[in-house]
Design a protein around this ligand. Sequence first.
Ligand code: NDP
Length: 470
Amino acid sequence: MEASRRRTRNGANGKTSEQQPAQWGRAWEVDWFSLISVIGLLCFAPFIVFYFVMACDQYQCSVSQPLLDLFRGDTTLLSIWARAPSFTWSAAKIYTIWVAFQLFLYMCVPDVTHKFIPGYVGGVQDGARTPAGLINKYEINGLQCWLITHALWYANAQHFHWFPPTIIFDHWIPLMWCANILGYAVSSFAFIKAYLFPTNSEDCKFTGNVFYNYMMGIEFNPRVGKWFDFKLFFNGRPGIVAWTLINLSYMAKQQELYGHVTNSMVLVNVLQAIYVLDFFWNEAWYLKTIDICHDHFGWYLGWGDCVWLPYLYTLQGLYLVYHPVQLSTPHALAVLLLGLVGYYIFRSTNHQKDLFRRTEGSCSIWGRKPVYIECSYRSADGGVHRSKLMTSGFWGVARHLNYTGDLMGSLAYCAACGFGHVLPYFYIVYMTILLVHRCVRDEHRCGSKYGKDWKRYTDAVPYRLVPGLF
Ligand code: NDP
């Protein structure tokens, strides 16, 4: 029974899994809990996005009011739906131009930034070794694309006036339908492509469950041609380049509606812009993160990057358009401090691992030679490889202090919105679930990859996120 089940999973590469050595990537098995979660997310995630955006549009960002109105019979699902702005061709035009422009920048603009900015790593870079033993090459030009896009946005707002800077806010819900069309189209294309013409069949995973395959993806690093990498493009642009533009559009809307911009809106824009710029400054490092090294490309990344990220990561700015909160100076300073300390921990932890891995341990961490555990693992091509797990610096304090710093920053964005409504706090709740789940997933994967060496590491560094607590 197990053997025949495994044979159904071989899919496109034509090999049974008995012919393949054990892999340490994503699971082959789908347990009931994972399956229920996957189906639940496929069904409910689009409604969650719609609910939050609709609550701002129709109920001044109250999360409970639509439910209370429905419960009391003061409204119906149909009337909520009828009041929501529908798809428009002008939104479709804006969205098509946006995606096409980002595609053009991604494919056609060779990176020159790294020649002029000391310390910035751009141009052609290696990814991490895939479970099948491949090392992909990537053209890193995200920082340059971000700079060009924002320079054009600024030039338009100050001089050209081709479109109003509130354009994104003004078309927010119609744009959401367009983002959904792209998200579903990309995920479905990636799903079909995995069966018909996978980029690297050795790195495909077929679980035998269609929902799980669609959601979590089959192909590891799907590409079209040599350079169009689905993961790198869809996660970074249009998703993350858009993040700062969306916030700028909210800021412009506040100015238009109230004649001034609140300090909370400035804080949200500044703290999130630091996070976004950090992402592009370190795009080469991003190649070594779980998104690229572990996750396969399915609906989770395809739809998530097109819809979930731009719509839910920007809820604070949207909320502040409806509720222009002016924070007291101590409150604003506390938020700024929390955001900056969180960012410092997040960045330094990530930097320490990157430096340690790049120099293979020949570096200085907190003024000393790093301490580490030597470990080995096997890839699907049968090769045995060596690696190191650092047990000093931030990586000796807890096993994922980068997540802790990220969570502190996320809390700062939410706290910038004051305490009037729960809606802006959705982000910290979501990030906590995401990063705790990610931590557990990553540890499961590292356990299967490194075996007893991973156990030695967890014995040396017993806590995950908060020393003494978790
Ligand atoms: P990490 O950057 O923490 O990478 C985990 C990997 O690092 C492990 O799989 C292992 O990989 C390696 N590793 C683990 N422990 C050690 C060690 N002690 N020494 C050296 N290497 C080690 O995880 P992510 O990719 O998830 O996160 C990257 C950043 O992105 C985080 O800061 C996170 O907060 C952020 N993030 C943000 C999200 C958002 O939506 N805002 C979403 C997800 C992440 P190997 O197999 O190479 O050994």
